[in-house]
Design a protein around this ligand. Sequence first.
Ligand SMILES: [Zn+2]
Length: 348
Amino acid sequence: MHSCPNPLHCILPPYILDRMAESDNPAARKLAVEAIARSATLRATRTALAPFAAQTAIASAGAVKNRLVYDNKTNGATRLPGKLVRAEGGPPSKDPAVNEAYNHAGSTYDFYKKILGRNSLDDGGMTLVSSVHVGRGYNNAFWNGEQMAYGDGDGQIFIRFTKSLDVVGHELTHGVVSHTCNLDYQDEPGALNEHFADVFGSLVKQWKKKQKADKADWLIGPDIMGPGTKAKALRTFKDEPAYSKDPLLGDDPQPKHLSKKYRGSADSGGVHINSGIPNHAFYLVSLALGGNAWEKAGRIWYDTMRALHQTSNFNDMAAMTVQSAGARYGAGGTAEKAVAKAWKDVGF
Ligand SMILES: [Zn+2]
């Protein structure tokens, strides 16, 4: 088992913790073993949370942006959400993790609202609930189906998980996926679930920073990497590794071409691994179309997300993005051709 309390929707894939647990470096090994041990306690949180989240969802239905940030440290780190420390419109905290969770959730809400016309994760004004300081030195962030939870990291390999806007956008997008096509978190549908989370996590960041596609870093999690690793980030959309021969993390396992698809059973059939293939296709489409990736490429992907279903696979994804591009920007037009070419370039 790994340090993710819920097999669903952790930013950090299990292979990173496995690699750390097998590391020659005693400090890394110790951290991984501790993280894995902590998972037993945190796994209890989901049941505890359910009635609470149902209430907030009902109370906020139809409302505008509504964020609640909880400090889980004061709650003994065993149950979510914790103590309420910042509500919508409330003053900033002295705690940077509280403000990051609040601000990044706000940016993600604004992105979905202004760019895609979506009112929160469920398109019904659902409250964005976040807990910070989950666990002690906890190396992960996750969406548990109802709320966000962020660890502080061990301080060596990872620092606090609220720091990267793309990580927050990634986790909240899992919420959007669960309220749209609800892709299974296994094999190719699971890799597509991870893929959508990475795409919109990156697009929220690009939009916030006003970066055109050719100026964006196309990295996931660059701001959460600690001083003990040379890894640039957790993942990259580009055809290059985010890390290689790293003493703590080893080699980036993500393929960027279908011929290198991972076919094993680890990581729920490679959900954080094979997402590299559609991620790279999205990157190629964005560069081919130029300008702001969230405008055309993002819109095509959002249309696709809403058209897919629970068991959609990579072929369905490729076909539906081509169809969505044609429907929105003209059959046989530049956008449709760029999308078709990108899938061909990654092996379809
Ligand atoms: Zn994820």
